[in-house]
Design a protein around this ligand. Sequence first.
Ligand code: GAR
Length: 208
Amino acid sequence: MLKILVCVSGGGTNLQAIIDGIAQGTITNTEVVRVISNNKNAYALERAKNAGIDAVCVSPKDYTDREQFNEAFLQAVTGAEPDLIVLAGFLVVIPEKMIKAYPNQIINIHPSLIPSFCGTGYYGLKVHEGALERGVKVTGATVHFVDEGTDTGPIILQKAVAVEEGDTPEILQKRVMEQAEWQIMPRAIDLIANGKVSVRNGKVWLSE
Ligand code: GAR
């Protein structure tokens, strides 16, 4: 059984897709052992509680400096003894110490086809604003392992989504979530839980 810990900051629709995937059997061999939010008002915390999952808030606002917050966050993570850490809309830079402690054991969902519209400053709606400004015709989402860079780790799964005339960042965000994020994040977890993902030479190899 793969023990996963999910980190969230906001609405938690990706967390919900994971909870539903486990309940419906599209994600197998997996248990969510804890949800951590950096934001006490995140609706994702409600979703976790409704599903009977241990949910905690570790907010930078409660610590005098970043060092102390990082330490508390790391403790909240290690205390749950996860096999995999899932960043599901988690808008906090992961401390280097944690990345070193969990090599290829942290995954992230990003709402574009990496390497487009990713890196520092590209998160949430800003990603879709960037895509619409550039006038791309296809966007999508990516699940990748987390390394020391921002959105630079090995890519596990990607799914393309069409941009349509008249799209606003909000409309495009919703379509990317529905057609890509809520599908590839549960799928990536299921693949990892069933030993079908390996990383060689900085690239992901899938065996299905
Ligand atoms: C999702 O669209 C996710 O891809 C994005 O935040 C949103 C969280 O939504 N993540 C990033 O932009 C990370 N760079 P959710 O809380 O409803 O899952």
